[in-house]
Structure formats: structure tokens, C-alpha cells
Design a protein around this ligand. Structure first.
Ligand code: NDP
Ligand code: HSE
Length: 339
């Protein structure tokens, strides 16, 4: 952790990075201290030799203090956090505004930005995208979805991506299959920190569709308009249908898919009854799963916890470690040039 080189484990010889790290604190400001933001703060605070959290922007002081944030770094003035002299701004507010304005301004000022905001990126990616914008946490929770697509693409062009991309609906589908009612299952997903602020976005398939836009961009370099995705959420399902499927040895999953068809792309989000041994059926509860198929027939199959306070910050941390490596390597190269 914290090495200048990334550890790589794969089909080639593994490359394990040793911690030959020059001392370099990454100065960070954090916008939002809710489910994910509070978790990120705690992870950063536990690594004081690597990260210095300069400021935390929130309007819920009590919650932030409960999460261990010192009052002296808290502020309700989000604009001020952008002008702070930091290396990285982490945006974990959610929603479109003020997140969009704050991220644009931070990028304009030359800050690196890490965000988990798929709602924003699904709509405004081309306007916001810069090399210094990272968003691994926007898709798949702890699952390295975008990173794996990037690696798969280096070997061959891709035919399709399909997956369980929403932890809340996956959790709720399993709860319903086990006899819970919908309202009870939604409440449990909210209590566990899985659901969006407006859980309708999870239930009607919007959240999965937003993530599909980001994955399609990574897989096929294409701008998939959100409205072009054929979308059906959980509305068409009733608990009895899900329980009946279970009694016939089938598992109901909300599947998001984008594939090449006759030189074009077809994208959809819809519920599907799958056999027990289907890889997407094998993602229980809040887990996400992603299948990446190359045009040569090779299949990548990755999974892990897709939402919640502890999985999601790991993806934010992964982006921060990548940025830290880049900053250190850039500084070293500059020094070599001067020498
Ligand atoms: P929360 O609602 O738990 O946290 C958001 C925090 O930001 C809240 O404390 C909220 O304060 C604060 N906030 C929002 N707007 C403002 C504002 N204008 N001024 C000051 N504070 C503000 O959301 P999550 O942590 O769950 O999600 C954050 C982001 O991460 C979202 O983009 C979400 O889609 C994404 N994400 C979430 C995952 C999860 O598992 N929860 C997984 C992956 C991505 P207040 O409570 O007062 O409104
Ligand atoms: N609400 C989202 C989900 C959070 O349940 O998958 C993670 O992106």
C-alpha cells in the first residue's frame, strides 16, 4: 500500500510493488460526509503518513463528529474547500448540483478529483472529463469494474458487458425471495447504506443504467445516451413471482447489458430469471458481478460487494493511491530533468 509502483496480479508474471515510497503527504479535501464520505474519512485518518485531510464539507456536523471528524476541519462552505491548496478534492455529495459546479471549478484550478457520482457522470462526463478525474467508486462498489475493462481492452476488442450493477435491488430481490415484503426490504437496504438518497433510482433501474453508461464508455469508447437504454426496473415484479422462480430453482436478477449487434450497440436494464449456476445468479445480497466478453470469446468474470459504507471507500482509496503514485512519479521526473 502506498508504493510508487502498482502491484499487478494477472495472467502474466505478478509484479509485487515494494514500499520504497518517498515521503509525500497527499493533501485532501472531502465534500460530503455521509455513508461513503464518513467511511472515506475514517480510512484516510487511519493513514496519517500518507494523507492529510485538510477540510471536510458538510452541513451535518453532528454526524461528521460521530464519524470521528475533528470540528476544526469541518465547514458548511463547500466553495471554500475548492480554493484550499490541496492535491485532491473528493466529491461524495451525490446529485447534480452543487456537485457539478464544484467539480468543474476544482478541475479548472488544477486539482485532481475523485468522485463516486454516477448520476452526474452519466450526464456530464464529456464536459467534466480530464486526466485528473477518477471515478472507480461510481461503478461496482469495491469491484474494479472500469479497471478490468481497461485491461481486457488491451488484449482484444470487446463484444459485450453484462452484470448485476445495483446492490440495493440485488439485496431486495434476495430478501423478497426469502419472504420479506418490499417496504421492509427497501428499509433494510436504506438502513445498511446501500440505497441512493431517493431509492426510486435503484428500484426503477436508473442507477444501473447510469453505471452502464460509464462502463460502455470504458468498453467501447461510446457515448451511450441514458435515454437510449431500454430500461425496466423492479416495478414489473411482484414478490410471489420472485418466490415462484426460486421454487423452480431460478434466481431473479436485475441485469444490465450492452452488446455489439450488427455494427451497432444494444443496451438494456431488465429483470431476468437465471438458472442457479449462471454467474450473475451467484452474486448474493448486495454483491455486484460483471461479465466482460471479448470478440475472441474470452470471458472476464469479477464480483464483490457493490454498495455500503465499507466497500465503496476502498474504490475511492484505490483512486487516491493511483493519483499519489502519479504525483510522486511526476515530481521525480521533474527532479531528474532539473538534475
Ligand atoms: P449520503 O446521502 O449518505 O451522503 C451525502 C452527504 O453529502 C450527506 O451528508 C449530505 O448532507 C451531504 N450533502 C449533500 N449535498 C450537500 C450540500 N449541498 N451541502 C452540504 N452537504 C451536502 O450519500 P452516500 O454517501 O450514500 O453517497 C454519496 C455519493 O456516492 C453519491 O453520488 C452516491 O451515488 C455514490 N455512491 C454511493 C454508494 C453507497 O453505497 N452508498 C456506492 C457508490 C457510490 P445531508 O445529509 O445534510 O443532506
Ligand atoms: N445505490 C447503489 C447500489 C449504491 O445499490 O448499487 C452503489 O453504487
Amino acid at each position: 500500500i502506498g508504493s510508487c509502483r502498482a502491484t499487478e496480479v494477472g495472467p502474466h508474471a505478478d509484479s509485487v510493488a515494494l514500499s520504497e515510497l518517498p515521503p509525500r503527504l497527499l493533501r485532501v479535501s472531502l465534500l460530503g460526509c455521509g455513508t461513503v464520505g464518513g467511511g472515506v474519512y475514517q480510512r484516510l485518518a487511519a493513514l496519517p503518513e500518507l494523507f492529510s485531510v485538510v477540510a471536510v464539507g458538510t452541513r451535518n456536523v453532528e454526524q461528521a463528529v460521530e464519524d470521528g471528524v475533528p470540528v476544526k476541519v469541518l465547514t458548511p462552505h463547500l466553495d471554500a474547500l475548492i480554493t484550499e491548496p490541496v492535491d485532491v478534492v473528493i466529491e461524495l455529495l451525490g446529485g447534480i448540483e452543487p456537485a457539478r459546479t464544484l467539480i468543474s471549478e476544482a478541475l479548472r484550478l488544477g486539482r485532481s478529483v475523485v468522485t463516486a457520482n454516477k448520476a452526474l457522470l452519466a450526464n456530464d462526463f464529456t464536459k467534466l472529463h480530464k486526466a485528473s478525474l477518477r471515478y472507480s467508486a461510481a461503478v461496482g462498489g469495491v469491484v474494479p469494474a472500469i479497471e478490468t475493462i481497461n485491461r481486457a481492452r488491451r488484449l482484444s476488442s470487446l463484444q459485450s458487458i453484462s452484470g448485476v450493477l445495483n446492490g440495493t435491488t440485488n439485496f431486495i430481490l434476495d430478501e423478497l425471495a426469502n419472504g420479506s415484503d418490499l417496504a421492509e426490504a427497501v428499509r433494510a437496504a436504506q438502513k445498511n447504506g446501500y440505497a441512493e438518497r431517493d431509492p426510486k433510482l435503484d428500484l426503477d433501474g436508473t442507477d444501473a443504467a447510469q453505471k452502464l453508461v460509464l462502463l460502455a464508455r470504458a468498453a467501447f469508447d461510446m457515448d451511450l445516451p441514458l435515454r437510449s437504454i431500454e430500461k425496466q426496473g423492479m416495478e414489473s415484479l411482484n414478490p410471489k413471482k420472485i418466490r415462484d422462480a426460486k421454487s423452480k430453482g431460478r434466481v431473479t436478477r436485475l441485469v444490465a447489458e450492452c452488446r455489439r449487434v450488427s455494427g451497432d450497440f444494444v443496451a438494456s436494464v431488465s429483470p431476468s430469471e437465471l438458472p442457479l449456476d449462471h454467474p450473475l445468479a451467484c452474486a448474493p445480497g448486495v454483491e455486484n458481478r460483471l461479465l466482460i466478453q471479448s470478440q475472441t470469446g474470452k470471458l472476464w468474470d469479477i464480483g464483490g460487494r457493490g454498495a455500503g459504507r465499507w466497500p465503496t471507500p476502498e474504490a475511492v482509496l484505490a483512486d487516491l493511491f493511483d493519483l499519489r503514485r502519479e504525483l510522486i512519479n511526476a515530481a521525480e521526473q521533474e527532479q531528474e530533468c532539473v538534475a
